[in-house]
Design a protein around this ligand. Structure first.
Ligand SMILES: [Zn+2]
Length: 249
């Protein structure tokens, strides 16, 4: 069964911080959602890659995602190479999402903006009929089957919460906010109060306040309580101007 929506991000917990409310909302509507983390988080100040794998699985359960996997791209060294693009292509052809959520293409962390470009280029070449999966290096040719059939997502939207850019639309996550926050808190190695990295990681109470105020900020832009921001490159298409949401004055 193909996925309806796949969110791709550099690090475990990026999706939880940027678009998890939207994924949960879509899962509640009966869509099949998925998360692909490009790295396993081995460079994090806190917790091992194994800790983060366990936490990611718990977050996925909370968010009711149908599929989640992490690639073996080195943490802190996400590079837009042919080999890495093919790793993402294999997932796209296996999971066949209609909607792809990528990180916004500008960011402070190089892994984040590289993941955006890497994801876009992988989505493009994934649709090339003559690009055979068998051309991939042996290290990532691990599933076989008919995963080679070309597939290009219909729609790409960019989760822009990490960057100060005006979203083209927001998704109302008022009803999903608490569960989304619980999914983030599943990353106990990252977010519980502890000594290691206490100078760079905010305390639990502070995290709650930040996550809430950001979600409220984007919610306020659309007249709802909590929302998540997205950018799309295409224009919006309207059938009925009387049905356009969000009050102007
Ligand atoms: Zn990240």
């Amino acid at each position: 069964m193909p996925l309806d929506i796949l969110a791709v991000a550099a690090h475990r917990d990026d999706v939880e911080q940027t678009c998890a409310g939207t994924l949960l909302k879509m899962a509640e509507r009966g869509y099949r959602t998925g998360i692909l983390d490009l790295t396993q988080g081995e460079m994090g100040t806190r917790g091992s890659a194994e800790d983060r794998a366990r936490e990611a699985a718990e977050a996925a359960r909370i968010l009711r995602v149908s599929w989640r996997a992490a690639l073996d791209i080195p943490d802190g060294r996400v590079e837009n190479t042919w080999e890495n693009r093919l790793k993402v292509v294999r997932v796209l052809r296996e999971q066949r999402p209609r909607v792809l959520i990528l990180p916004y293409w500008e960011a402070r962390h190089p892994d984040h903006y590289t993941a955006s470009i890497l994801g876009y280029e992988a989505a493009f070449i994934s649709g090339l009929a003559k690009l055979a999966v068998s051309q991939q290096p042996a290290a990532i040719r691990d599933t076989g089957g008919d995963s080679a059939a070309p597939h290009r997502p219909f729609k790409i939207i960019y989760a822009s919460l990490y960057h100060d850019v005006r979203p083209t639309f927001v998704v109302d996550i008022t009803d999903q906010f608490e569960t989304r926050f619980a999914a983030l808190m599943a990353y106990k190695s990252q977010f519980t109060d502890q000594e290691a990295g206490s100078t760079i990681f905010p305390a639990h109470k502070e995290i709650r306040a930040r996550v809430e105020s950001v979600a409220r900020h984007y919610g306020m832009m659309a007249g709802v309580t909590y929302a998540e921001p997205f950018v799309q490159k295409e224009v919006g298409l309207v059938e009925d101007v009387l049905a356009i949401p969000v009050k102007s004055i």
